[in-house]
Design a protein around this ligand. Structure first.
Ligand code: PLP
Length: 406
């Protein structure tokens, strides 16, 4: 008899985006003349940079001729892209990462979700609350989390991110084996300093733990004093894996290209306490289950690192950050306490009431759609997330509408 992985039965249905869509469409049905302004979106809205499009076209043309056609590429990614990343994202910033420590993939969602697969199922896991839900759900699928009781999984160590700790979680009170961190954060938009990140690296080293550091929003950091990579922290090469993505940086959400950094010193342990290379294990997993990102997409991604590409990416990010500034200013003026929107595209707003209740009020009184924070974890219950991924025109309209909220 064929049987299922029963851990899947322990997954909680994710009603967040489907419930939002349902409530918006019901409201729109009753109020067809109200303009709906969607500030809940976590998806890029601006076109790919011109440099990427040109490289994309040129690579497609190469595929059109036998002499330049490419079939299967290296599973880890083409050297031209891995070398550009190593040089531009790490080495020129004084961070010691080599091209062969970079694994190109089709998304940070897949990588953050898949990486836990090479780790034992009986390790303890610490996950932030609120959180990007992929970290939780993939650990549920692997059977690490225990039962769901009172809104939380019994065996997860929740790292609470609240106003009291400035949305930077405190270190766990007891040793844990696997730690997820994400900065700049989705959904809070909070960022972390060197001094705040260093204790996590020390904690991981002391406890022989591993940090999975999601830096998908790294490109939005404008404050030069903030770390762009966990590898700016001494010792991190031994205990951290970093995930990056071109999705939000350059509009690759639909095109799909990202990468994961696994330094050669990064180790985990077998049941005898022997050190095992995570680089070797991930390489094995990646090359067994993944067959590489398409050649034209990798060429398009590599164009981000040309002079023209860098300039165009800067302009795209500046556009989103202009939106973030506008939203943040309006929220401050309206007297809301908020975080984010300064070095990240998300603004996390304390609405001091049930987040779904506020969602309904905002929608019905103004036509503006936000994302209720309760969908990201218990600690998000009194918050909503606004996103800067939109046109300035729409943001401006939404901010004018929001003033009318009673
Ligand atoms: N990590 C975080 C924190 C995200 O918010 C997202 C997307 O919203 C991703 C990863 C997914 O990135 P990708 O599009 O590369 O799969």
């Amino acid at each position: 008899m064929i049987r299922i992985n029963e851990n899947y039965l322990n997954l909680q249905a994710s009603y967040l985006f489907s419930t939002i869509a349902k409530r918006v469409s019901e409201f729109q049905g009753c109020h067809p003349d109200t303009e709906i302004l969607r500030l809940g979106i976590g998806d890029a809205t601006r076109a790919l940079p011109k440099a990427c499009i040109e490289a994309f076209h040129a690579a497609i043309d190469e595929m059109a001729a036998d002499a330049t056609f490419r079939g299967y590429g290296p599973e880890q990614g083409y050297a031209f892209l891995r070398e550009s990343i190593a040089e531009n994202d790490f080495q020129t910033c004084g961070v010691d990462i080599a091209a062969d420590e970079i694994f190109i993939s089709d998304g940070a969602k897949c990588d953050t979700g898949n990486f836990q697969e090479i780790l034992s199922t009986d390790i303890s896991v610490a996950i932030p609350d609120p959180v990007y839900p992929v970290y939780v759900d993939t650990n549920v699928m692997a059977g690490r989390t225990g039962d769901f009781e009172g809104g939380r999984y019994r065996n997860i160590v929740y790292l609470e991110c609240t106003e009291d700790n400035g949305f930077i979680p405190d270190l766990p009170k007891k040793p844990v084996d696997l730690i997820y961190l994400c900065f700049p954060n989705n959904p809070t938009g909070a960022t972390i300093t060197h001094d705040q990140l260093a204790p996590w690296v020390d904690f991981a080293r002391e406890n022989r733990a591993l940090i999975l550091f999601d830096a998908a929003y790294e490109a939005f950091i404008r404050d030069d004093s903030l770390p762009h990579s966990i590898y700016e922290i001494p010792g991190a090469r031994e205990v951290a894996v970093e995930f990056r993505s071109f999705s939000k940086t350059a509009g690759f959400t639909g095109t799909r290209c990202a990468f994961t950094v696994v330094p050669k010193e990064c180790m985990a342990f077998d049941s005898h306490g022997n050190r095992q290379s995570l680089h070797a294990l991930w390489n094995r997993r990646h090359s067994t289950k993944f067959n590489g990102v398409s050649y034209p997409v990798q060429r398009a991604a590599a164009a981000i690192y040309t002079d023209a590409g860098k300039q165009q990416v800067r302009e795209i990010i500046a556009g989103y950050m202009k939106n973030a500034d506008r939203i943040r200013r309006e929220m401050d003026d309206l007297g809301f306490s908020c975080v984010g929107g300064v070095n990240s595209p998300y603004i996390w707003i304390n609405v001091k009431q049930d987040s779904w209740k506020f969602f309904d009020t905002l929608l019905t009184q103004t036509g503006v759609v936000c994302t209720p924070g309760g969908g990201f974890g218990v600690c998000g219950d009194q918050y909503v997330r606004l996103s800067a991924f939109n046109s300035f025109e729409n943001v401006e309209k939404a901010m004018k509408q929001i003033k009318n909220i009673r």
